[in-house]
Design a protein around this ligand. Structure first.
Ligand code: ADP
Ligand code: MG
Length: 372
């Protein structure tokens, strides 16, 4: 230690007691003038007379400083030089370093620095990041699994329609019918083939994306696509699907495919809940309207059996299902997707009987989020 004079013992003790490494070095020749015990422990060398550059510190020639300390004059000090994090490549340790330029006791200009070891904090942050990444890829796999089973179900519809139209055509042609007798059925078959193609493109689009991506999109377009899938089921189940989209809604900032997936899931749940609903009550409403100045609310409202207070507690728990063939992961995924959009999925009673699920989507990009 250079602060060796008895009257400075007290100060020395204080500096040596610090966790943080403290150092003082000449701005011109880089010689270390003072270093506390933590600095020695950190860098495992006796700093007296050594050049500061051998430690994990910012370097002017590496461009670490906005203001090169070597060019400072007495009139410029004191001033802040550096406040940031540095990696010591040799040890893999991270330090948070603050440096100031100041006038030293001998009249020269020095760099006074404080370095704190933040390796643990860095490692923890990295761990959390990796964990989140794993979580989101797991969620993706589950969504993909759900999607695969949904699409298998979905693709069956156009395929069996095509088969029907084609066998109808064959029967007519065999009976000696002319082209005009089979043309309408052929047209319908090709429309169904296009539909099947669309379904396949959809899963491709989903699979090729490495991460959820948000971009400006019209809620009406999301609903149109999602409900295109639900329409066939609605027809088959004799459920009236009512879509109420307010005119002139602003674009939302969302991952289109993911939100479509949420809507499909909620609509399917609504259909399932209306198994025992009869007559004119077999209606499911999908509503989109402005919510406040910067959001659009989407609600899926059924007239099904409703949800008991007890079940409501467990609704979003993975694998909670009351259905014989249910997987019980739909709502859990829906909630994750909506939370990814900085919003929440809420559930309430439909005053006319049944259940309402609703969420909002932001119309402006959240700060720091970059769209496609
Ligand atoms: N609209 C709804 N009306 C009544 N109950 C519902 C509704 N949506 C979901 N539920 C309940 O929540 C459970 C979990 O739903 P979900 O996570 O989608 O899984 P699954 O549909 O495979 O059962 C359902 O089994 C059902 O009991
Ligand atoms: Mg479901």
């Amino acid at each position: 230690m250079e602060i060796g004079a008895p009257r400075e013992r007290l100060l020395e003790t204080v500096f040596d007691g610090l966790d943080a490494a403290v150092y003082v070095a000449d701005v011109h020749n880089d010689a270390i003038l003072f270093a506390n015990r933590a600095f020695q422990t950190l860098h495992r060398f006796d700093p007296v007379g050594r050049a500061l550059r051998s430690a994990a510190v910012p370097l002017p020639e590496r461009g670490d400083y906005q203001l090169d300390p070597r060019g400072l004059s007495i009139a410029d000090v004191p001033c802040e030089l550096f406040d940031g994090e540095l990696l010591q490549p040799r040890t893999g340790c991270w330090y948070h370093i603050r440096e100031q330029a100041m006038r030293w006791v001998d009249g020269g200009i020095v760099r006074l620095g404080i370095a704190t070891d933040i390796t643990d904090r860095k490692e923890m942050a990295e761990l959390v990041r990796q964990q989140q990444e794993r979580l989101s890829s797991t969620a993706r796999l589950i969504v993909m699994g759900e999607m695969a089973s949904m699409l298998a179900h979905e693709i069956n519809q156009p395929l069996s329609a095509i088969a029907n139209y084609c066998s109808g055509c064959v029967a007519r042609l065999e009976a000696g019918a002319g082209a005009e007798a089979v043309l309408p059925a052929m047209k319908k078959a090709s429309a169904q083939a296009e539909r099947a193609g669309k379904i396949i493109r959809r899963i491709r689009e989903f699979v090729k994306k490495s991460e959820p991506r948000r971009a400006p999109v019209q809620v009406a377009a999301i609903l149109e696509d999602a409900l295109g899938f639900a329409e066939i089921d609605a027809h088959r189940l004799n459920i009236r699907l009512v879509v109420e989209v307010a005119a002139t809604l602003p674009d939302v900032h969302a991952d289109r495919i993911m939100i479509e997936q949420v809507v499909i899931n909620l609509v399917r749940n609504g259909f399932d809940a209306m198994k025992n609903t009869v007559g004119d009550d077999r209606v499911l409403v999908v509503r989109a309207r402005q919510s406040g100045v910067d959001a659009v609310e989407v609600a899926v409202i059924d007239r099904g059996h409703g949800i008991s207070a007890e079940d409501r507690e467990r609704l979003f728990t993975p694998f909670f299902t009351t259905k014989q063939e249910g997987m019980g992961i739909g709502l859990n995924i829906c909630r994750s997707i909506i939370e990814f959009h900085d919003s929440s999925l809420i559930v309430g009673d439909n005053p006319e009987g049944g259940t309402m699920f609703a969420f909002t989507l932001p119309t402006l990009p959240a700060e720091g989020v970059i769209g496609e």
